[in-house]
Design a protein around this ligand. Structure first.
Ligand code: DQA
Length: 144
């Protein structure tokens, strides 16, 4: 199967960005780990990080016809703001898992609301870089 991992704004700064909250692993480290794990399981993984909402929206639209079977999404700050990205996901009707490095429920109150959780297959939050691997494992089981 083909999985697509989408990463929202500021996640390109992982490794140096608020390491007390987000850890010291870089997004490139995470990408390599996930790509390897997906390959071991016989799947392909596509990857995008963007700071621009319209790029993420357009990548979701493309996923409708490029063979994508499942999406892993860390919307980052767009979690709490983006009706447009939510509508893109419901519009293409592809299954997705929402994931976060930090436990968004243990932080500022504005992070507790997500525009994605109620339309996601499930949500994983709070395990740092491991959240990505746990989300991938969950996706692989959903695909089985
Ligand atoms: C985040 C949590 C969001 O609240 C925040 O805006 C991010 C990262 C996380 O992975 O913990 O940028 O999605």
């Amino acid at each position: 199967a083909k999985l697509l991992v989408l990463n929202g704004p500021n996640l390109n700064l992982l490794g140096t960005r608020e390491p007390g909250v987000y850890g010291t692993t870089t997004l490139e480290d995470i990408r390599l780990r996930l790509t390897q794990r997906a390959a071991e399981a016989g799947h392909r993984l596509d990857w995008l990080q963007s700071n621009a909402e319209h790029e993420l929206v357009e990548r979701v639209h493309a996923a409708r016809t490029d063979g994508t079977d499942f999406i892993l999404l860390n919307p980052a700050a767009f979690t709490h703001t983006s009706v447009a990205l939510r509508d893109a996901l419901t519009g293409v009707a592809l299954p997705f898992i929402e994931l976060h490095l930090s436990n968004v429920h243990a932080r500022e109150p504005f992070r507790a609301h997500s525009y994605f959780s109620d339309v996601a297959r499930g949500v994983i939050a709070g395990f740092g870089a491991d959240s990505y691997e746990l989300a991938l494992e969950a996706a692989l089981r959903q695909l089985d």
